[in-house]
Design a protein. Structure first.
Length: 498
């Protein structure tokens, strides 16, 4: 389906241009996370995704609007609007915009990678040509649909990383693990390819492990990354169930395939092996134990991947007190692997499995479960680096725009040359005790307070807004005017060198 950029909105946006004051020459809106329905730990949002969105927006408008024949665009617009919404679909404003040849907008933003308190605007949008005040909020639908997810996913990734960092500090000498302790497994469960790509790119602001290949291209093209020179994101060889089960159908066992993986298919590189196709604990106790020497002598790391059951019980066992009579399930994966391969004790007094053996677990891992597993491992004396957590769509897609209360709201306008303070303050919202829907009023000044915290003041006009606003232009009149790289975003987010 060919995109028509004038149709990428809610129906009511088509009508709103008629309702604005005829003398209105400027409309200014803010993009703000209004409320935390997300997680108590995530008391700030990680701002990310605007640069990618704006570059894509420019590409889409150039290709699907400005470079298309105007008669074709208008005919298409009128076909769908006249027959669904308004018999007298008017298109003069569309012809004017097409003739202009670029998007007459100014977008100002905080630097991506900034951790922003709730209720502080992350970006503002306003028209730069007096004929197109209607355009500011016409783009709200497309903006909101595209922009809530990357920041929400970046916040999720950052919160996972804080868990991993805390347990690295406690249990591990392996500082690299803060980058690789969690990996993105979400692609197949996301709402669309576009959602998968932007969410996975956001995840890589805090980690360097992903299964989502196209997010690497996205970060190279939109965030100035270099896949040759940088560790943007990567993964190692990994077996899925179809690999095991199709070989089982031929060989009648998992053993032959696992041995081939170790000796023929991946003889000198790391891989993970999904081991629950039939009898997970039987695989550990019989096949892995039988081929202990092959695994221990393998030059790459081999990670066993459980993919069903209760993750904490599978990893740590169902009992913390075990003896020679304990069942495999009571022992759990870590203690079985320890029986087979042994461990060393690091400088902090925690156990690290020998031979590059470990676990990858990517089934239904959320923040609470990650924290609980790490805590349980610590109590059993295990270093965090024995496990990699796969973060899937359960954690990254099971969110909405309301998780962080994102809102695109008009707060300032100019009518007949006069500044107008625009705002909403629903009485019913105040009476509910939440007061989440009260908007800013006027143009917004974002700054750092004496304690270093990001704050805002509203009530400004075009003439009074301070010059040292932390919200700085990133897009003006169809052009990106300020860019950041993924490297810069990572360093800003994590305080210096990533």
């Amino acid at each position: 389906m060919k995109k028509n950029m004038m149709l990428l909105c809610d129906f009511y946006k088509v009508f709103h241009r008629e309702t604005y004051n005829k003398g209105m020459t400027k409309m200014y809106s803010t993009w703000t996370p209004r409320s935390n329905q997300y997680s108590p730990e995530a008391y700030k949002v990680v701002w990310f995704g605007l640069q990618g969105f704006l570059k894509q927006l420019k590409e889409d408008f150039d290709e699907n609007f400005f470079q298309r024949d105007i008669e074709e665009v208008v005919k298409e617009y009128e076909l769908y609007i006249k027959n669904t919404f308004n018999e007298n679909a008017e298109s003069t404003h569309i012809r004017e915009l097409h003739a202009l040849g670029y998007l007459p907008l100014c977008v100002e933003s905080l630097p991506e990678g900034t951790r922003v308190p709730f209720r502080v605007p992350c970006a503002t949008i306003t028209n730069t040509d007096s004929r197109f005040a209607w355009l500011t909020n016409y783009l709200e639908t497309l903006w909101s649909c595209s922009m809530w997810l990357p920041t929400t996913s970046a916040t999720t990734a950052y919160t996972f990383r804080k868990i991993i960092e805390r347990y690295i500090d406690l249990t591990s000498d392996n500082k690299v693990w803060k980058h690789v302790g969690c990996g993105d497994f979400s692609y197949r469960g996301m709402g669309s390819p576009e959602a998968a790509i932007t969410s996975a790119a956001a995840f890589l602001t805090s980690f360097t492990k992903t299964s989502t290949i196209p997010c690497i291209q996205y970060l190279c093209e939109y965030y100035n990354s270099d896949v040759i020179k940088e560790d943007i994101g990567s993964w190692s060889a990994s077996v899925e169930h179809s690999c095991t089960t199709s070989n089982f159908a031929v060989d009648g066992n998992e053993e032959d395939f696992f041995v081939r993986m170790c000796t023929e298919i991946c003889p000198d590189r790391s891989f993970s092996f999904v081991a629950d196709s039939y009898d997970y604990f039987g695989f550990l106790d019989k096949i892995l134990r039988k081929h202990k020497d092959i695994v221990a002598g393998h030059p790459g790391g081999i990670r066993i991947r459980p993919d069903s059951g209760d993750p904490e019980e599978i990893i740590c066992g169902t009992s913390d007190s075990i003896d020679e009579n304990s069942s495999l399930e009571e022992k759990g994966t870590l203690r079985i692997l320890d029986e087979i391969f042994g461990h060393t004790v690091n400088s902090k007094g925690y156990k690290v499995l020998n031979g590059g053996v470990g676990i990858v677990y990517g089934d239904a891992i959320n923040l609470d479960r990650c924290e609980s597993i790490c805590k349980h491992m610590t109590e059993q004396g295990w270093a965090i680096e024995n496990v990699i957590f796969g973060v899937g769509s359960f954690s990254l897609q099971f969110k909405t725009r309301d998780s962080q209360g994102w809102a695109y709201k008009a707060t300032y306008a100019e009518v007949d040359g006069k500044p107008i303070m625009v705002f909403k303050d629903p009485k019913t919202d105040r009476e509910s005790g939440h007061a989440m829907k009260k908007s800013q009023r006027g143009m917004v000044y974002v700054y750092r307070g004496e304690d270093g915290e990001i704050c805002f003041k509203d009530g400004y006009t075009s003439e009074t807004i301070p010059d040292n606003n932390l919200l700085q232009p990133v897009f003006r009149d169809g052009m990106i005017v300020r860019e950041q790289s993924l490297k810069e975003i990572r360093e800003l987010l994590h305080g210096g060198e990533f």
